[in-house]
Design a protein around this ligand. Sequence first.
Ligand SMILES: Nc1ncnc2c1ncn2[C@@H]1O[C@H](COP(=O)(O)OP(=O)(O)O)[C@@H](O)[C@H]1O
Ligand SMILES: [Mg+2]
Length: 338
Amino acid sequence: MRSELLRQMFEAFAQGNKNRFLDIANEVIQEEEKKHHHLLAKDLKDILKTVSNGRSISNGTAKSRYKDAIPIPRDTEKGFPLLEIKEFFLDWTDIILDQELMAALLQIVDEVRHVEVFASYGLQPKQKILFCGPPGTGKTFSVQVISAVLGYRLIHVRFDSIVSSFLGETAANLRKIFDFIKYGQWVVLFDEFDIIGKHRDDQHEHGEIKRVVNNFMQMLDDYVGESLLISTTNHHHLLDSGLWRRFDEILFFDLPEADQRKQLFQKYLRVFDIAKDVSLETLTDKTEDFSAADIARVCQEALKKSLLEGKKKIYLPELEWAIKEQNRRKSVERDHIA
Ligand SMILES: Nc1ncnc2c1ncn2[C@@H]1O[C@H](COP(=O)(O)OP(=O)(O)O)[C@@H](O)[C@H]1O
Ligand SMILES: [Mg+2]
């Protein structure tokens, strides 16, 4: 925030000039929005609403009221939290995806923003979404971006932690999560919910697991709140065909094409000077089966090595070394899974 605005705000307060104060406050909000600090802008707007309702500012922000009102649900047995509430300062320029997928994500956000217009025609925005695709392609990251651009807080539900050794507890945990998200407007991420799917071949637990899946789908079906619910999976082929139609939208995330790989290198190397011997085309050719996350890692490793070697620029040998290291890592992972 500019110091001039800050000074004017203090003056308006000292003079008891509420209208002047509100004018400046609105200017501050607009500035924050321009900087893509949507959550902060929304918080500030919420605080102003309480002022215009005649209540005092010292009631606390919308954020702290939320937090005080309802405690975060915990696993009954082990006591760990079943979800995390997070905020991100990201926007669409942070993520590199193919055009069609990007358009679909923009549409999801646009629909949410038009919920009131839709309602007057008896229509609803897409609300229950499934993201599929290999690891490291930006599924979780996209949900973080969506939460930031919408200005909704992100509730991150990690399935590996809520699937209890007693499967009966898992259903109870899910119930607590859905009870919690009833209140408020969130982006809710059911991350890697295929953990349920993965267990399905296990004969011993098959019946129990199936019940948990059905439970989750039933709770998703019954949900009628104002949040956007996004589930992600790395193993969509393991999911029952019956599950697909329960989602309003299913989007596939793929490994990046050459053009996107080039953009990823540009994005993740941006912080450093790139030496003349580095050809982005060469890097793109050498990383055909790499995910976006793989490329991010290559760039970070190459940058670290260059810094440790006291270099002021990034040169080709460090990048080639990092690509080789990442290939080695990928083959270890492949062997481990196979
Ligand atoms: N499409 C992308 N564009 C830019 N960065 C990406 C992209 N996909 C992944 N990343 C980077 O890799 C990290 C891990 O990706 P993530 O979204 O967790 O993958 P997934 O959930 O698909 O397994 C992200 O936090 C981000 O730094
Ligand atoms: Mg993920």
